[in-house]
Design a protein around this ligand. Structure first.
Ligand SMILES: NC(=O)c1ccc[n+]([C@@H]2O[C@H](COP(=O)([O-])OP(=O)(O)OC[C@H]3O[C@@H](n4cnc5c(N)ncnc54)[C@H](OP(=O)(O)O)[C@@H]3O)[C@@H](O)[C@H]2O)c1
Length: 214
């Protein structure tokens, strides 16, 4: 496999650090977040432009940043909803739009969604972002130029996150297992897909079949 130049946004986070480590075994990884010399804030699209100006010849971008806060439906104002979606939904779409113009031919974008097992109180805005990302990626993928690809990884609970919250309940998937989905999205040939992490102790992962092209 060719050695790729891959930008990982959110590379210091729970998932992002595992993704950066896994990709770093075979590729050049440029780790960014809102802090540091190459600061990127998904809420500020001009910082994404600045990243592509500063770093030439990027093959792939992975976003593992920006989550949606839990918020009770009854307390979700118009402004609060827009704010909740700004980075994770609109910011990642802004990233895709810019990457489509700036990545090397045949490059890829891998975004991060998520999924809940059943109903999660306060999870409506997060569910909207996750469903919106999967739908947007499926529809936008066939329109990308120059052989570019886009996919979204949709993890369930990550074990390290549950441990950090002190939750003893449902078992999550270790971040290093979730990271394998990102590696497959970067190195594989799929596009328009939602790669969903399922299972836990056995470390299983599944991918949904590709959506029909319309
Ligand atoms: N952990 C889970 O159980 C889980 C499950 C399902 C889905 N997810 C999704 O996976 C993604 C990553 O989750 P995580 O648990 O790994 O998060 P995390 O540990 O909180 O790490 C987030 C990373 O993103 C950076 N970041 C945050 N906001 C940003 C922004 N606006 N622009 C650029 N960088 C930003 C942070 O660094 P700075 O503060 O330095 O910017 C940090 O490196 C999120 O979208 C989350 O919703 C997580």
């Amino acid at each position: 496999m060719k050695r790729l130049k891959v930008v990982v946004i959110g590379a210091g986070g729970t998932i992002g650090s595992a993704v950066a480590a896994a990709l770093g075994e075979r590729h050049e990884v440029i780790a960014v977040s809102r802090r540091g010399a190459l600061a990127v804030d998904l809420e500020a699209p001009e910082t994404i432009d600045a990243l592509f100006d500063a770093v030439p010849d990027i093959d792939a971008v992975v976003s593992a940043a920006a989550s949606v806060q839990l918020a009770p439906f009854g307390k979700l104002s118009d402004e609060g909803l827009a704010e909740a979606l700004r980075a994770k939904l609109f910011g990642q779409i802004a990233l895709l739009q810019r990457a489509a113009a700036r990545l090397r031919e045949g490059g890829s974008v891998t975004l991060t969604g998520g999924r809940f097992d059943g109903v999660l109180p306060g999870g409506s805005a997060g569910a909207l972002a996750n469903a919106g990302l999967e739908a947007f990626v499926a529809q936008a993928a066939p329109e990308l130029p120059r052989g570019l690809r886009v996919n979204v990884v949709s993890p369930g609970w990550v074990q390290e996150t549950l441990d950090g919250l002190g939750l003893q309940g449902p078992r999550g998937m270790p971040a290093r297992e979730v990271a394998k989905l990102y590696v497959s999205a970067v190195e594989g040939a799929m596009s328009g897909q939602a790669l969903r992490a399922t299972g836990s102790a056995a470390g299983r992962t599944t991918q949904r079949p590709p959506p029909p092209r319309r």
